[in-house]
Design a protein around this ligand. Sequence first.
Ligand code: C2E
Ligand code: CA
Ligand code: CA
Length: 756
Amino acid sequence: MNVRLVFSLIFIALSVALAVCGLIAFRSRKAIGVPLGRMLFCLIPPVLGNLLIICSTTKLPATIGCYLYYIGIDFTVFSLLRYTLAYCNIPWKDNRFRVFVLSVLGLDVIQLLANIFFGHAFGLECIQLYGQPYYRMIPYFPQQLHRLVVYSILVAVLIILFLKMRHSSRINANRYGVIFFTLLANIVWGTFYVFSRTPLDRSMIGYAVFGLMTFYFSLYYKPLLLLNRIMMDISAELPDALFFFDDAGNCIWLNSEGRKLVNLQGHDLSGVEDRLKPFLERGQGADHWAARMESDGEERKFYVLEKRTIRDNRGYVDGSFLNIRDDTEAQLKLMQEIYRARHDELTGLYTRPWLYKRIQEKLVEASGELQSIVFVNVSNFKLINDIFGIEFGNSVLKQIADALRRFIPEGGVYGRLSGDNFGILMPSAEFDGDSFKSWLANFTVSAGDIDNHVLIHLGVYEVTDASLEVSVMFDRARIAASSLRNEYHTHIAWYDDRMRVNMLWEQQITGDLQCALTERQIVPYLQPLVDATGKVVGGEALVRWNHPDHGFLPPAKFIPIFERNGMIAEVDRYMWRCACEQLAQWRDNDLFISVNISPKDFYFMDVAAELRGLTKEYGVDPARLRLEITESVMISDVKNKVQMLDGLRAAGFIVEMDDFGSGYSSLNMLKNMPIDVIKIDMVFLRSSGQDEKSMIILRNIINMSTDLNIVPLTEGVETEKQYDDLSRMGCKLFQGYYFAKPMPLEDFQAQYVDVA
Ligand code: C2E
Ligand code: CA
Ligand code: CA
């Protein structure tokens, strides 16, 4: 009885386990879940049937147990077949086969149920077991048919598993093999009970255990071997060199890249760690580290390293791995890119940003030693490009670069700032002005047979304030260089602060001009012109600027600037208009106004047309607008200028030659330039009284002009004596502080004009 009780308990436990696992399988999300759950539930009735047979001491429960057992087995084998197909990923497409199997099983079930009425399939006999009655089944022939059906299906399942096992990789075959062999063992075990008719049938224990095993393999089995294999394959194929170490740091595996790296031929891994020493040293024993390194070998190589130590949850080392990536290609490319960003393509010199950075570093290094920033400008580069072409221009720049390489001493840095500008920093003590000068004076570049002089100017800023931005230092050196603008013989200029102040002044005053003209901050002053009798016959219009920020500005403060940048034309046009406006108001007297005409005006406008237009617009007689022109207009384009002056005179204007004697006056000019009045510069009067020679020259100029029919006018008359002397010499017109200083129009009008 004890044995039967024990087995009964085992069967109950197995039934419960099957039910629980079945439920879990149904609820699992895996595709195998449903067929698996179905099979597990189908196993419960035959297990319960077996239980009933074991524990029954009377015939009826044992009989019920037999029906449960046999019919349950029919359902079980069908569900096992379906489960196997699903487990092996074989779709059950053939519907006819399914109908056939179901029909055969259905007939078997009917045949078994018919046994209730006919008793044709099996009967029960009572035997004594452990001192109690036990009902054992007696099979008749139809029962053998049941067995045939069941065994056929079991064999089919075994064949399916076997074939699947044969046609899978070794790693995957395991999961089919386990089920195949367990099922085979069960079938043998069950068969033993069936045919031996051993009392106390325990065959269902094996099937129940089989069911639980399938449960585990279908839902929870992790193919570790498979995972391992996949990992190894991936690692082996990696482009990085990989090394695995055990807890003692011995190499236990390396991939093919790793082999190449340490140059390992055979399978013996001892010594790999030694060959990896240069790499492993980088980590200094840390658990996890990453580093970059450059190899010392002949061939330049760059590596990216990463090492990780793997520890278990108690902190003991499992092992570690080292990953080494060959980064040479990317690194060389990067270095090339950096080189390209730092070096000018044409000349190979540093680019501006990189030069600035290098200069910054140098200035920090060279604290104490005086440094010079040199700005190199090719003055006539645009001309060179225009005349000889870009190719030639480029070769000029390359030759300058070469010269810099030769000239700049060890401690200097230099580069190309932009187009035709180069920059240098060198210790001031090593800046040898003389050798630079001789280089610059003789710097020629040949095009074909012709040697062309290339005009180069250097601006030097001695770094007295190292806290300045490098760009500002170069601005200063550039200002110095630009002071040499049209110089052909001086090549080097040193920056001083006045240059910057002048530059700023120039920029500001230039920016303010338009506004000054429209707001009439700029006004004409008039300085009286007197004849030999002392009568004021006219006035010279002299410009004045009443600047809102800088106060009252004399022309010397701005006229030279505007002459340089061409804006003088704006000023003069405005002054001429003011003069015409004024003359129009003095319609009833003969006073004239002389206006200044800058030589630069001729570049920017048609002076004659402008003047004619203005006199016409205001209805002024051209004879009352006198034109003061310096002889320097005749420097170029003489023929045209003569024609133009003739034209103006023909139109009635009176042309005066201004500042005669102040510049490179030549008497020849008096012959060439068609003029009515000669304004003798005040240089001759400055030393009058003491300087006999000046007086002789004055007298002769006056005589000569009188002979040439040109009216002499002397400016800068400051004393009565000068006036007397000049009058005696035959001078006709006079201007100077002796009579009056330049004054506002209103004052002039109040003093000298009879307004009707
Ligand atoms: P400039 O044409 O030779 O004008 C005569 C300059 O001599 C004026 O200086 C005048 O004030 C000054 N002056 C007159 N008498 C005496 C004297 O007895 N002693 C001394 N020491 N100086 C005397 P300012 O007004 O400063 O003009 C300077 C120059 O500016 C002018 O020389 C002229 O070249 C230029 N300038 C003045 N206004 C204009 C203008 O509207 N257009 C152009 N293009 N240039 C102008
Ligand atoms: Ca003048
Ligand atoms: Ca003058």
